[in-house]
Design a protein around this ligand. Structure first.
Ligand code: PMP
Length: 392
């Protein structure tokens, strides 16, 4: 037996490729905009996380170019030793101000922000409590920590309370997505925060999909519910509304000070490149200056939700710009993905193990810059193909 046997005998993806149902690593040769060129063909992008449509904004691009000119292409080291730029510190001040915390710390990716924060905070004989639908980076953070992970049923407060009762008196960190990345529903933060308080647990909210979407000025889910001060750690990414790459943790200053000296994913990894950092700063400024973008995103969300429901699609518990269409089994999801693709609509199929065997999704996500014509054109295709496949 070789350790590599599992690689050589891994055939699932190759079988899907041979059947023409392989939806991954699609080659995009254009900007991430409402239309993209994918495998040489122009497609309507209905599966991007660029919720505010800022990746193509001239000011975001110009800021990146200017930073590249001034600071070069990379920092050649970690924040801890040789890679802290003035613009990293400026970005951290802006992020802290946006979400309403004393301090913030920028990580090279959102994934690392979750992994780096959770693994530094939760030690031996301590607990991490997660929602079953939390993002993989939260789970990986738990795995890297010396603590014990407990999971409760998705957004089920009875299940969360039962979990808290099991470990009453022990130190615990509850970690939840603000907006769940596949389901598009919002964590019940008022109830979660009340339970955290009652059982003496701390709370961390992953705002990857809620920054730029929920809350005043796009400050996220904790802000939306007025629970900023009750949320110990606010985590966010730059790879969605903020049009770049990277992530951050915002919290009270002593917590950030601790992470700066204990978070291995920060200390042992190179810092965010200058161009990415400057692009996020520009995106934050635009988010502040152009609140109409968030308003438009919600107008589109309400319109698409209403139209999908009127057609007969099951959109589950979504109430945000992430709208999953529940289509049932895997073959239906693949047929739908393939036929929508042929008709020039880019969406993401979600299949097991990410969801239960008959719980496959077509995950749609919308951008503030989609035009009404683009939305209606896509809706026509969703209607025709959904009917053909018997989904609606
Ligand atoms: N948290 C959630 C909820 C996410 O959806 C993602 C990315 N899909 C991440 C964290 C990781 O962020 P990034 O891709 O910016 O590393």
């Amino acid at each position: 037996m070789s350790i590599l046997d599992k690689c050589n005998s891994f055939t699932d993806a190759r079988k899907a490729m041979a059947l023409g149902y392989y939806p991954y690593f699609r080659e995009i040769s254009s900007e991430q905009d409402t239309e993209v060129i994918c495998n040489g063909k122009t497609m309507l992008m209905m599966g991007s996380n660029s919720y505010l449509g800022l990746t193509t904004h001239p000011k975001v691009k110009e800021a990146g170019i200017q930073a590249m000119q001034k600071y070069g292409s990379g920092c050649a080291g970690s924040r801890f030793l040789n890679g802290t730029l003035d613009i990293h510190l400026e970005l951290e001040r802006e992020l802290a101000a946006l979400v309403g915390k004393e301090a913030a710390l920028a990580y090279p990716t959102g994934y690392q922000a979750n992994v780096g924060c959770i693994s530094a905070i939760v030690n031996k004989n301590e607990y991490i409590i997660t929602d079953k639908y939390d993002h993989a980076s939260i789970i990986d953070g738990c795995k890297l920590s010396d603590g014990t992970m407990l999971r409760y049923n998705h957004n089920d407060m009875t299940s969360l309370e039962r979990t808290l009762q099991k470990i009453e008196g022990k130190s615990a960190l509850i970690v939840v997505d603000g907006i769940f990345s596949m389901e598009g529903d919002i964590a019940d933060l008022p109830a979660i925060s009340a339970l955290a308080e009652r059982y003496g647990a701390n709370l961390m909210v992953d705002e990857a999909h809620s920054l730029g979407v929920l809350g005043k000025n796009g400050a996220g889910a904790a802000a939306h519910f007025g629970l900023t001060s009750k949320t110990d750690f606010i985590m966010g990414t730059f790879s969605k509304s903020l049009a770049s790459v990277g992530g951050f943790i915002a919290a009270d200053e002593p917590l950030i000070h601790y992470l700066k000296h204990k978070s291995r994913a920060l200390i042992f990894s190179a810092s965010l490149p200058p161009a990415s950092t400057a692009s996020v700063l520009a995106a934050l400024q635009i988010m502040k200056d152009e609140p109409e973008r968030i308003a438009r995103l919600w107008e589109i969300t309400h319109y698409m939700m209403k139209e999908f429901k009127a057609m007969g699609y099951d959109t589950g518990s979504s109430c945000t710009p992430v709208i999953p269409l529940h289509v049932g089994d895997m073959m239906t999801a693949f047929h739908m993905w393939a036929q929508l693709g042929e008709e020039g609509v880019f969406i993401n199929p979600v299949i097991p193990p990410a969801v239960p065997p008959n719980g496959c999704l077509i995950r749609c996500s919308f951008m503030a810059t989609h035009t009404n014509e683009q939305l209606d054109m896509a809706l026509d295709k969703f209607r025709t193909i959904g009917k053909k496949l018997g989904v609606i």
